[in-house]
Design a protein around this ligand. Structure first.
Ligand code: ZN
Length: 170
């Protein structure tokens, strides 16, 4: 996924970029998948039979969601059809919830596969869902200056779960 960089200024992502070289044992998605008791602090939103949905700790924008298979798989062709289906169903559902939870007006949705494509965690593929708003260039700069986004993950998680419950999506 390529997010138009000129439109989004996210200085807190430098911390993320500094931690890119985790191996499978250091994989934050595998860790989240294996520790449901830490769902609140790991900002996990949903667990399915084959996928985990969580907030990106280092978001491009407020409500930046990640959806990943539970298995540490790097390639789409490594995943069986039922897992791929659940990945897209969760993508559809998360998009719908974000429209309500953070009043998203548009989305960048996609995957970075491989280092050269900008994958932060190339061993464990994941779908990004980045909410967008009309005129969000200025909106984002204001929020970033105020350091609102890094501190509001718990609030975004609460809003997401509440909106999901209203829509019957869990
Ligand atoms: Zn993993």
């Amino acid at each position: 996924m390529t997010v138009p960089q000129q439109n989004l200024w996210a200085p807190w992502r430098m911390e993320y970029i500094g931690g890119l070289n985790a191996g499978a044992e250091g994989c934050f998605l595998c860790r989240a998948a294996a520790h449901p008791e830490e769902d609140e602090s790991a900002y996990v939103l949903w667990r399915g039979p084959a996928t985990i949905t969580l907030l990106n700790r280092f978001p491009y924008s407020s409500g930046h969601v990640l959806i990943a298979p539970l298995t540490h798989a790097a390639e789409l062709e490594d995943l069986p059809d039922d897992v791929l289906l659940e990945l897209m169903q969760r993508t559809r559902d998360a998009k719908r919830v974000l429209e309500r939870a953070v009043a998203a007006q548009g989305f960048n949705i996609g995957m970075n596969l491989g280092h050269c494509a900008g994958a932060g965690l190339p061993g464990h593929l994941h779908q990004h869902i980045v909410p967008r708003w009309s005129g969000d260039t200025n909106f984002m700069a204001v929020l970033a200056d105020a350091k609102v986004i890094p501190q509001s993950l718990a609030e975004v998680r609460r809003l997401f779960l509440a909106a999901g419950a209203e829509l019957g999506l869990h």
